[in-house]
Design a protein around this ligand. Structure first.
Ligand code: GLC
Length: 427
């Protein structure tokens, strides 16, 4: 109901308040192919927005083509299809970590004119930085992500346990509730442990939350961070072994079916838990990720942006489509209907939105503080060096020390310097 009303309001606002974009007539029958990863939730929300764009731009048709939601698999597709200067699509959803690589390769067009510098200030600064290559903007932030902790408020309340602020608190809380509940189907803490980008995100969150890092800095603390990942499974026994194959969606399903106390995930899962028929509706809380005592919480910055292949023949029209999709009205609708959060900061003070989605107030400082992964055209190379090593720790095939040695050896080779932290910053 609320979503249907929001769509009507959106169209009304557009009809009354905004002049139709593009004063000049468009070539009739331009088809803009919009390739993006599958979003969770009701697909009609985004297609309604696209239909509204078509209504306002006679002669333009937008065709959505979906890829799997996994960032790694989408990257593979784009790398294959953009290399060689072709583009069987006009608009693409890019993970925040790819923009530097795609811009450097010459695969995507500068969007300097689509989002003028003054308007960029209305967006969160982290994503704008990630979207800027050599002083030019190459992507417009579409929605923002940061790691958060989900917890079963009902179970914590029943056992008089407060949401944990530190990792040791989380371990104790989970052990205590698991012991008392004696439910073999209930896991303590689920997170993304499969060998893929999501694992790099969580590993960085844990290491950053004790002041260490994977590629440089204090070794002992970095090893302790990696050890924590393994110990959730092996020593503390609060995490099922199957976490070694888990991604965002599989952990969301475990938590969503009432089979976990705590979960690390991105904010998108919240709205899905509150849907009618959800087994955990009204029973879930969300909090900043814990940290090690004495250090602050350290969520990783994630999120998706919109970019245009250099080879698209419809640069102007697709620029208008990007402005439309990242407008306050469209971002409000996507947040309300799908739970993907706005990249425009003012929307976090917008009563009509925050009233319906109060969670945004809690998320705002988390998004503002979230720490970007290294902003470099070589990010994927770094990540692919890390993934098998961190995964080997999670499944118990390598000790944290062995994995960290291997990671630092490989990164040194990639960067071509022994002074890794500095070199990674300035690649
Ligand atoms: C989410 C984030 C993205 C991250 C990915 C990892 O989609 O928005 O930035 O790379 O998860 O799985």
């Amino acid at each position: 109901m609320m979503i249907a009303r929001a769509v009507v309001t959106f169209c009304a606002a557009l009809a009354l308040g905004c002049a139709p974009a593009g004063d000049r007539p468009h070539d009739p029958n331009i088809v803009l192919v919009f390739k993006h990863g599958k979003l969770s939730g009701d697909g009609a929300i985004l297609s309604n927005i696209l239909r509204e764009f078509e209504r306002r731009h006679p002669g333009i048709v937008v065709r959505e083509e979906l890829l799997p939601s996994s960032s790694d698999r989408q990257h593979q597709y784009y790398a294959m299809n953009l290399d060689g200067g072709q583009a069987p699509f006009d608009l693409l959803g890019v993970d925040t970590i790819w923009v530097q690589e795609f811009a450097k390769a010459g695969w995507i067009a500068s969007l300097e004119k689509v989002l003028p510098p003054a308007e960029r200030e209305q967006f969160f600064p982290g994503p704008i930085k990630a979207a800027t290559f050599k002083g030019q903007l190459y992507a417009v932030p579409w929605y923002i992500d940061a790691g958060v902790l989900y917890y079963r408020r009902d179970l914590l309340d029943r056992h008089g346990v407060a949401p944990p602020k530190t990792w040791p608190d989380l371990v104790h809380a989970a052990q205590r509730i698991l012991d008392a509940e004696r439910d073999p189907r209930l896991a303590g803490f689920v997170w993304q442990g499969k060998q893929y980008e999501g694992l790099v995100c969580f590993a960085l969150e844990v290491l950053h939350s004790n002041g260490s890092d994977l590629w440089g800095g204090d070794r002992a603390r970095a090893e302790a961070g990696l050890r924590f990942l393994r110990e959730t499974v092996a020593g503390h026994r609060i995490t099922p072994v199957s976490v070694g194959m888990a991604d965002e969606e599989s952990t969301r399903q475990i938590f969503g079916s009432g089979r976990a106390l705590f979960m690390r995930n991105w904010p998108y899962a919240w709205s899905l838990f509150q849907r009618e028929g959800s087994l955990v509706r009204g029973k879930v809380g969300i909090a900043p990720l814990p940290s090690f005592p004495g250090y602050p919480s350290a969520p990783v910055l994630g999120g998706w942006m919109l970019a245009v292949p250099r080879a698209s023949a419809h640069q102007q029209e697709v620029g208008e489509l990007i402005r439309f999709l990242t407008s306050p009205d469209a971002q409000r609708l996507v947040a309300l209907g799908l739970g993907y959060n706005p990249t425009r900061r003012d929307l976090y003070a917008d009563e009509s939105l925050v009233g319906a989605r109060p969670l945004l107030k809690d998320l705002y400082p988390i998004f503002l503080e979230a720490r970007p992964r290294p902003v470099t055209p070589y990010y994927l190379l770094l990540s692919q060096a890390l993934q098998p090593e961190v995964s080997a720790v999670v499944v118990g095939r390598k000790t944290p020390r062995e994995a960290l040695d291997a990671v630092r050896r490989q990164l040194t080779r990639i960067v071509g310097s022994s002074d890794l932290p500095v070199a990674v910053e300035g690649l």
